[in-house]
Design a binder for this molecule. Structure first.
Ligand SMILES: Nc1nc2c(ncn2[C@@H]2O[C@H](COP(=O)(O)OP(=O)(O)OP(=O)(O)O)[C@@H](O)[C@H]2O)c(=O)[nH]1
Length: 392
C-alpha cells in the first residue's frame, strides 16, 4: 500500500472516531452540547483539511490548498471555542473574527488570485498557530485548578508542540529558499512525517480533552453518590462511613466524639398546609442554618426525610451540648419566606456522646434516637442528652 493511501485511511479512521467520541460525550456523558458541537466541528475540519493536503499534495491547483488552510483555521477556532465553553472562560469572538479575517482574507484575496500557494498556506498556518497558542495560555490556570498541574502541563505541552509544528510549517512556506536540515531528506518523506506528526498530536490532544471530560463526569457522580440532591448536605451513606471511622478512632486512640440526631418539629403540618414545595424550601433552609452554625470540622448530613445528623469529632458532653443548643437556636431564629407568609420552624435534638470504646455504632445511634424521642415527648424545640447506661 502506498504511503499516501495509508495516510488517507489513518485520517479517515481517527477523525471519524474523534468526531463520534464528541457526539457521544455531548449526548450521553453530560458534556455541554455546545462544547461537543464545537469539538465535533473542529475534529471534522482538521480531518478534511488534512485529507485535502494529502489528496492534492502534487497538485498545482491553489484552490484546494486554500480550502485546506481555511478548514484548519476554522478547526482551531472551534477547538478554542469548545474549550472556552467547557471551562466557562470568556468568549473571544472579536479576536477570532479578526484572526480569521487577516489569515483567511490574505489567503483568499491576495494569495489565491496570484497563485501564491506557499504565502496563502503560511497565512493560514500562522493564524492557526496564534489561536492555539492563545488557547494553551488561557486554559492553563483553569485546567490546573480543576484537574491538577499534571493535566494542565500535558495539555500546554501538546498545544505547544502543535503550535511549534504550525509555526515551522508557516516559516518553511514563507521562506522556501532558506536551507534547512530537512531539505537533505526526500521531500515526500518530510511531508508524510509532517502530516503524521500533526495527526498524532491532534489525536493526543483529543485524548487529553477526553480525559478531562471523563474526569469531570466521574467527580460529578462521586459528588452525587455522597450528597443529598435537595440540601447539598452529605447523605446517610457518607455520614455512616464517617461515623465508622470515628468509632475506630475512639477504639484505637480513645478519642471521644458526639452525635446529634435532629428532627424538624411538626414538619408534616408544613407540608399539609403549604404544600410539598414549601416543605422542601424549609428543609433547604434548615440544612443551610445547620451547615452555617456547625464548625468547619463538624459533619452535617441529611439522614433521610426531615431528619438530620451532625457528627462532632473530638467533642465530649459539655462542648456537644453547647453546640447542639447553638444549632437549635439558629433554626428557631429562621424566618423562611413562602410567598407572603413567614414559616417558623423548630427542631428537636437527641445527643449521644461516644466515650466508651466498647460501644458499637448501632448502640450509639439507638441512644441518640431515644434521646430525640424524649425531646419530642418533652414538648419539642429542645436538646436531650442521652446518658450512657452503666453496663455499656
Ligand atoms: N417536602 C418534603 N417532605 C418530606 C420529605 N421527606 C419526608 N417528608 C415528610 O416529612 C413528614 C414527616 O412527618 P412525621 O414523621 O409525621 O413528623 P412531624 O410531622 O415532623 O412530627 P414530629 O416529628 O413528631 O414533630 C412526612 O409528611 C413526610 O412526607 C422531603 O424530602 N420533602
Amino acid at each position: 500500500m502506498e504511503a499516501s493511501h495509508f495516510l488517507i485511511i489513518y485520517i479517515l479512521v481517527t477523525h471519524t472516531l474523534t468526531s463520534g467520541m464528541w457526539w457521544a460525550a455531548g449526548s450521553w456523558m453530560g458534556l455541554s452540547r455546545r462544547a461537543s458541537k464545537h469539538w465535533m466541528l473542529s475534529s471534522a475540519c482538521f480531518g478534511i483539511g488534512l485529507l485535502l493536503t494529502v489528496l492534492y499534495a502534487d497538485s498545482v491547483d491553489t484552490v484546494q490548498w486554500m480550502m485546506a488552510g481555511l478548514l484548519v483555521v476554522v478547526g482551531a477556532v472551534s477547538l478554542r471555542r469548545g474549550m472556552q465553553t467547557f471551562l466557562k472562560l470568556p468568549e473571544t469572538a472579536c479576536e477570532h473574527a479578526l484572526v480569521t479575517l487577516v489569515g483567511v482574507g490574505f489567503a483568499l484575496i491576495v494569495a489565491l488570485p496570484m497563485g501564491w500557494r506557499g504565502g496563502g498556506m503560511a497565512a493560514c498556518t500562522a493564524a492557526t498557530a496564534w489561536v492555539l497558542a492563545r488557547l494553551a495560555l488561557e486554559c492553563f490556570r483553569p485546567l490546573r485548578a480543576e484537574f491538577g498541574p499534571e493535566t494542565a502541563a500535558t495539555h500546554a505541552t501538546l498545544m505547544g508542540l502543535v503550535v511549534l509544528t504550525f509555526m515551522t510549517t508557516a516559516l518553511a512556506l514563507t521562506l522556501p529558499q532558506t536551507p534547512s536540515p530537512w531539505q537533505q531528506l526526500p521531500r515526500d518523506m518530510v511531508y508524510q512525517w509532517l502530516v503524521m506528526g500533526s495527526l498524532t498530536l491532534s489525536i493526543l490532544s483529543s485524548f487529553v480533552l477526553g480525559y478531562v471530560v471523563v474526569m469531570r463526569l466521574v467527580r460529578r457522580l462521586e459528588h452525587l453518590s455522597h450528597h443529598d440532591g435537595l440540601t447539598g448536605l452529605l447523605n446517610r451513606r457518607a455520614i455512616e462511613a464517617m461515623l465508622d471511622r470515628e468509632v475506630q478512632r475512639l477504639q484505637r486512640f480513645g478519642q471521644p466524639f458526639s452525635l446529634l440526631l435532629i428532627d424538624i418539629d411538626h414538619f408534616k403540618r408544613i407540608n399539609d398546609r403549604l404544600g410539598h414545595a414549601a416543605g422542601d424550601a424549609v428543609l433547604a433552609a434548615v440544612a443551610g442554618a445547620l451547615k452555617e452554625e456547625a464548625r468547619e470540622v463538624d459533619r452535617v448530613a441529611r439522614f433521610g426525610g426531615e431528619e438530620f445528623c451532625v457528627v462532632l469529632p473530638h467533642t465530649s458532653e459539655e462542648g456537644a451540648l453547647h453546640a447542639a443548643e447553638r444549632l437549635r437556636a439558629a433554626v428557631a431564629a429562621l424566618d423562611v419566606r413562602w410567598g407572603d407568609e413567614g414559616v417558623s420552624v423548630t427542631i428537636s435534638i437527641g445527643l449521644a456522646c461516644a466515650e466508651h470504646p466498647t460501644e458499637t455504632l448501632s448502640q450509639l445511634l439507638r441512644r441518640a434516637d431515644e434521646a430525640l424521642y424524649q425531646a419530642k415527648a418533652a414538648g419539642r424545640n429542645r436538646v436531650v442528652l442521652s446518658m450512657l447506661p452503666a453496663a455499656a
